[in-house]
Structures are given as C-alpha cells and as structure tokens.
Design a protein around this ligand. Structure first.
Ligand code: FAD
Ligand code: 2HG
Ligand code: ZN
Length: 472
C-alpha cells in the first residue's frame, strides 16, 4: 500500500502521465533492489519523467510535500545509492525515459546527452561519427550517463582518458528546490569562479538531479593490440606497467590486474570462458594498446616490452589476441569477475585505492593480516592497477553458511580499511559511498572534510530531501 498522500500522487500522475508512474508493487520490484540483491527498500511510487521540465515539477511537488527523492539510473551501482530506505515513504525518481542524444558538435569534439542515455548507446553514437567516448565498464549495457556522473564512474580506460569527471564539460541539473541550472557549456576553458559542475559529479544524487551533460569526444581507435600475461606477483605488474608506460606512452589504454582466484571464479561460472594457459599462474594482467593510426606498429611495441619483461622475470607467459573474437574472450575473463563472484555467495566488496607503488606491499600485508584473523576466506583481488584501484573483495570459505560470514563483514572491512588508510589510500575509489560506505567514510574522512561536505549539503539541499541517508 502506498504511503504517499493521494493529492500528491494525483499531481504526479497529472504531470508525468500513467506511463511515467509505477504504483503497482510487483512492477516496482526491479527499482527496489540492486543488481546483487545486497540492498532492498520500499517506495511510495516510482516516477519516470520524460523531460527536464517534468523532473523540475516532480522535485517541486515533492519538496512542497516534504517527500524524499531517490534518483535512479540503470540501478547498477554497487553501494546501494539508488535504493530507497524501507520506510515506503520515498519516491524513486528514475531518469531512464530521459534518453535523448541532444546534439553532437564534431568541430568542438563534444556530445550533449540526457541523463538516462545508456552508456553503450553513448559509445555507439560517438562511433557513428568516427569518435570515441572512452568511459568503459562491465555494466555499460545498462548503466546510464546520469549514474556515471553521479558516481564519477571509472572503469577500464581511466589510465588513458580519466574518469567521468575528466570527461565532462557541462551539466544541466535540477536543484533541490526545482529550479533548473543550465550549465550545459561545451567549454574547455571557463574560469568564472567556482566550477559548480564538479559539486554534482560524484554527489550520488544528494545535491540535485542531473538531467543532461556535455561530454568530451576523442578520436576513434583504429588499431588495437590486446594481451593476457601471467605474472609471478603484484610487484611484477607494477614493474611492467611502469616499463610499458615509459615505452608506449598514451598508447597504453588498459592494464587490468587479476589474481588467480578471480579468474578461477570466472572459469567456473561464466559460460564460454577458457583459461588461455595450460598452467595455473598466481597473477594475470590484461594489457591493451591502442592508437588512432591504422598502422601504429602496436604489436611490435608490445612484443618488445614483453620480451624485456620475460628477461626481467616480470612475465611468466603471454598470449596476444589475433582477432576480435580473441580480444572479446580475454575481456570476458576480466569483466566476468563481478558476476562470477555472485555465484560464490555473498561477497564483501572493498573498492579501495592506494598509490600504485604501494600495491604489492598492501596486498602482501593485508592478505597476511586477513587470513590470520579469518582463515579460509577467499580473497578475490583484482582491479585497475594503473589507477591504484583494487577491488579487494572477499568471498566466504568453501562449504560454509552465509550467516556467520556476514556476521564477520564489519571486522573484515575494518582490517582492509585500516590497511588502506595506513597506505594513504581511499576506502572508495570509483563506486562511491551510497549507503554501503557512508558510516565508514564518517570514520575515515577528516572532521574538516566532513564539515565542508555538510556545509555544501546544507546550502544546496536545506530540507535534506535529496537521497537522504546516502553519502553523509
Ligand atoms: P544507479 O545505480 O542507478 O545510481 C548510482 C547513484 O547515482 C545513486 O546514488 C543514484 O541516486 C545516483 N544517480 C543516478 N542517476 C542520477 C541522476 N541523473 N542525477 C543524480 N543522481 C543520480 N563502476 C565503476 O566506476 N567502474 C567499473 O569498472 C564498474 N564496473 C561495474 C561492473 C558491473 C558488472 C556492475 C554491476 C557495476 C559496475 N560499476 C562500475 C558500478 C556502476 O555501474 C557504476 O557506478 C555506474 O556508473 C552506475 O550507473 P547507473 O545508471 O546504474 O546508476
Ligand atoms: C570492476 O572493475 C567493477 O569490475 C566491479 O568496478 C567491481 O564487482 C566489483 O567489486
Ligand atoms: Zn572497477
């Protein structure tokens, strides 16, 4: 049963029409839990406006009624940021009907898109005009530009192109009081005071609703070389990426590290994936070199780096993909890890970042501490090593029940986050805080940083109705 007063419900329906309102509890379900089913809430209604004006009116109506809003895109976030609480009083504001590509300016190398555009569609629209939109992540078939912006998403191409913040020139935002801020400027230089767009990027829906963005385009990739390399340890990955960066420069566009355990899960659970090597190795990296030139001699460059790596003992074995199918097969081994880990029961996700140089020591020390305190848990460590970003995830010991493992989640997290902070790292590299890491952030961010964040929240959302309970 809905907890929203009928007058507000009627007003919302009058605004967005029947097609834009979901009241049926059954139809609402996919908006109320996340991809892993780790977070579940209730909502009074799901509203799906189709234009910025409609978003503005929805926000105004909810403000007047004192009703909280939870913005949602593709609902692929990993921290429960898009999931309402269990009061049943909140309104889920889904942006998925706002899915127009508004403009492409080829000379300015920009594309203007609405918040509900699926990332993959944005990549395709860029490709259609011979350009690249470089943000790339496993959920790209269902996550939206609004969610990418609100979480400042990273992914596998940050090494070369940066994260969503780096790819954004302008924003259109509906503020908490319903006013529309038109900041859709396609300027690479604009020093007219505070750069307001950066407040909303990474704010996880707690400061306003992002409705559209002007994003940067890059030249299309015309040559590509992809390799899967076995390594003895994480130090070899750090040495190899350093070698490759200095020899290949910007052509190094992907460098993903995976432990054997991570790959093992994919081989077990993701259909069609095969081990490229006969022997098991402790660590692997997936390397991608790309260039805008058709004939960029990438294969020779890779071969030269790898032969030095073999000489130095950094690499143990390597395969280079020789066609598109093989490239896809190697990426499937990497991108399948999240899904595969779901098949092994509840997973504890720790999306941490530390300086790249500290990765080997972090892994060695944290593995030891963790296994000392929690023998038999399975460490599923992988990530975007060039960004210093590890997904240091934990799966329960084989053959055990979920409940005792879940009861240890806090203590396990404590070991990992204490180590992260000891290595001058961050407890959230690319997934945000949502509801999952809010309390941890309160512990690990400085009092002054929290005070400045609260000041901004108070200034932009004085009644606290924008995604309450998330981030702060
Ligand atoms: P949602 O999950 O719907 O929302 C995420 C947050 O943004 C919520 O707080 C929500 O309230 C807010 N929000 C959504 N839309 C708006 C809006 N228009 N205005 C204001 N706030 C809004 N993330 C990475 O960074 N790198 C990865 O490599 C990566 N890989 C992933 C792989 C898989 C298999 C999965 C399931 C997720 C992965 N993610 C990754 C996490 C997730 O996909 C990204 O965070 C993505 O950017 C979220 O987009 P979304 O549209 O699904 O947002
Ligand atoms: C990735 O890099 C994503 O694959 C997901 O950021 C990480 O599921 C995870 O923990
Ligand atoms: Zn990631």
């Amino acid at each position: 049963m809905s907890h929203l007063n009928e007058t507000l419900m009627q007003a919302l329906e009058g605004l967005v029409g029947k097609a834009g309102l979901i009241r049926d509890t059954g139809l609402m379900q996919s908006y109320l839990s996340d991809w892993r089913n780790a977070y579940r809430g209730k909502a009074a209604v799901v509203v799906r406006p189709a234009s910025t004006q409609e978003v503005s009116q929805v926000v105004r109506l909810c403000q007047e009624a004192g009703v909280a809003l939870v913005p949602q895109g593709g609902n692929t976030g990993l921290c429960g940021g898009s999931i309402p609480d269990d009061s049943g009083t909140q309104v889920v504001l889904s942006l998925t009907r706002m899915n127009a590509i508004r403009a492409i300016d080829q000379a300015n190398e920009t594309i203007t898109v609405e918040a509900g555009v699926i990332l993959q569609r944005l990549q395709e629209a860029a490709a259609d005009v011979g350009r690249l939109f470089p943000l790339s992540l496993g959920a790209e078939g269902s996550c939206t530009v609004g969610g990418n912006l609100a979480t400042n998403a990273g992914g596998t191409a940050v090494l070369r192109y940066g994260n969503m913040r780096d790819l954004t020139l302008g924003l259109e935002v509906v503020l908490a009081d319903g006013r529309i801020w038109d900041g859709l400027r396609g300027l690479r230089k604009d020093n007219t005071g505070y750069d307001l767009k950066h407040l909303f990027i990474g704010s996880e829906g707690t400061l306003g609703i992002i409705t559209a963005a002007v994003l940067k385009l890059y030249p299309a990739v015309r040559s590509l070389t992809t390799a899967w390399v076995a390594l003895p340890d994480p130090q070899a990955a750090v040495d190899l990426i350093s070698r490759m960066r200095s020899q290949c420069g910007d052509r190094l566009t992907g460098f993903e590290l995976m432990s054997r355990q991570s790959v093992e899960f994919v081989l077990q659970h993701v259909a069609g994936c095969n081990d490229p090597f006969k022997e098991h190795h402790p660590w692997y990296v997936l390397i991608e070199l790309s260039d805008t030139l058709v004939d960029a001699a990438l294969a020779q460059m890779l071969e030269s780096c790898l032969s030095e790596a073999f000489e130095q003992g950094e690499a143990l074995d390597a395969v280079v993909a020789s066609n598109e199918m093989q490239v896809a097969a190697l990426w499937a081994l990497r991108e399948g890890i999240s899904e595969a880990q779901n098949h092994e029961g509840p997973s504890l996700k720790h999306d941490i970042s530390i300086p790249v140089s500290s990765i080997p020591a972090f892994i060695e020390e944290t593995d030891l501490r963790l296994l000392d305190a929690f023998p038999d848990v399975r460490i599923v460590a992988y990530g975007h090593v060039g960004d210093g970003n590890l997904h240091y995830n934990i799966s329960k010991p084989v053959g055990t029940e979920d409940a005792p493992f879940k009861a240890q989640a806090e203590a396990i997290m404590h070991v990992i986050y204490e180590a992260t902070v000891a290595f001058a790292g961050s407890i959230s590299a690319e997934h945000g805080l949502g509801q999952a890491k809010r309390d941890a952030a309160l512990r690990y961010k400085s009092a002054l940083e929290l005070e400045m964040m609260r000041t901004l929240k108070q200034a932009l959302d004085p009644s606290g109705l924008m995604n309450p309970g998330k981030v702060l």
